[in-house]
Design a binder for this molecule. Structure first.
Ligand code: UT7
Length: 330
């Protein structure tokens, strides 16, 4: 009898732009201060992709090139690429298609997933299902966002939070139980009122009014989102542990979406995990939306050990939220 196929992560790549936007820079732009930002969010600086003609795909490409290099994979041999993003290069075609073209991944099919801050978990779960089906030998899953393209740098409620970046993982079949073991994904569209971009979609196409009214930027009712995020991320992580009979001591790492240090702390506490087991880089990158989780995996790759139980957890616009259990494969 053939063994069950799981989707193992076999390489990680990442990219953050060089340009930094610090809390002190923001003090000069809006009515805010370093102390407020640090104590309310945990963020000290974020990276911004600058330059004419630079888009989300320009961060996807170096992230994927890095994982190809690490794994000795020719981009021509990539079979599928899924890009989670809310800041695609264009409304259409998909950023995945553009990135594949730039990479020379001529044999891959690709598409984007729109699930905001939970996008990487949605894309990872989708990619894993392709591998588990036995039909594909590899799938590249990317979380990438150029949030600076949709942030109003006169709005102190949002401009202090977000940054740009991209992270990518390679999924390959495994017959020894490594890789994605379980995933719980949830969404509730009634949450759209609290976190969205008002214009630019079919509901409200771009017009002079929408531009004048600054409606092409991310809008967030932070306090409401915060309440849902604390509960949603902690609940779904606890549910994932319970359904897989995972105890706190079984978990090597929590990889939380980096939206707010207080949300991360609440999730870790609910899971009974000490700080040392939680990947946190929000202070350096801020909230890079779909990129936060793969960027953590990228930074902590050298600390991960074969067999580690890793729990990824996210909450974001939609609302969308979820948690994924991975057995690290290398
Ligand atoms: O990743 C996607 C999901 N998103 C999230 O998970 C984000 C969830 N929300 C949050 O992280 C937090 O709600 C924020 C960081 C966005 C805001 O923190 P908060 O503790 O919820 O602050 P608040 O919105 O309740 O605002 C408190 C005060 C207000 O002043 P008043 O009304 O008390 O006088 C705000 O006007 O802080 C003020 N404020 C600021 N002050 C200095 C809001 N933004 C700033 C700022 N600098 N940047």
């Amino acid at each position: 009898m053939s063994k069950k196929i799981t989707a193992a992560i076999t390489a990680v790549g990442g990219f953050v732009p060089e340009d930094k936007l610090t809390n002190f820079d923001l003090e000069k732009m809006v009515d805010t201060n370093d102390e407020w930002i640090r104590t309310r969010t945990g963020i000290e600086e974020r990276r911004i992709l600058k330059g004419e003609g630079k888009a989300t795909s320009d961060m996807v490409v170096p992230a994927v090139q890095e994982l190809c290099r690490k794994r000795g994979l020719d981009p021509k041999d990539i079979e599928c690429m899924i890009v989670a993003t809310v800041t695609p290069d264009m409304v259409f075609p998909a950023t995945a298609n553009i990135a594949c073209d730039k990479l020379g991944a001529v044999n891959a099919f690709g598409f984007d997933v729109s699930a905001a801050c939970s996008g990487f978990l949605y894309a990872l779960t989708t990619g894993a299902a392709f591998i588990e089906s036995g039909r594909y030998k590899n799938v590249v899953v990317v979380g990438a966002d150029k949030m600076s393209a949709i942030i109003d740098y006169t709005d102190r409620n949002t401009c202090v939070i977000f940054g740009d970046g991209a992270g990518a993982v390679l999924l390959e079949p495994n017959e020894d139980g490594y890789g994605v073991r379980d995933s719980i994904l949830k969404s509730d569209g009634s949450g759209r009122h609290y976190l969205h971009m008002k214009a630019g979609g079919s509901l409200k196409p771009a017009s002079i009014e929408t531009v004048t009214n600054r409606e092409h930027f991310a809008y967030q009712e932070g306090k409401t989102v915060f309440k849902f995020a604390v509960k949603g991320m902690a609940d779904v992580s606890a549910e994932l542990m319970e359904r897989n009979d995972l105890q706190s001591e079984d978990i090597a790492w929590l990889v939380p979406h980096q939206a707010n240090l207080r949300i991360i702390d609440a999730t870790a506490e609910r899971m009974g995990l000490p700080k040392e087991k939680v990947m946190i880089n929000i202070q350096r990158y801020g909230n890079t939306t779909a990129a936060t989780i793969p960027l953590c995996l990228w930074e902590w790759e050298k600390d991960l050990k074969k067999g580690d139980n890793v729990v990824l957890a996210a909450f974001g616009g939609g609302f969308t939220w979820g948690a994924t259990w991975i057995k690290w494969a290398y």
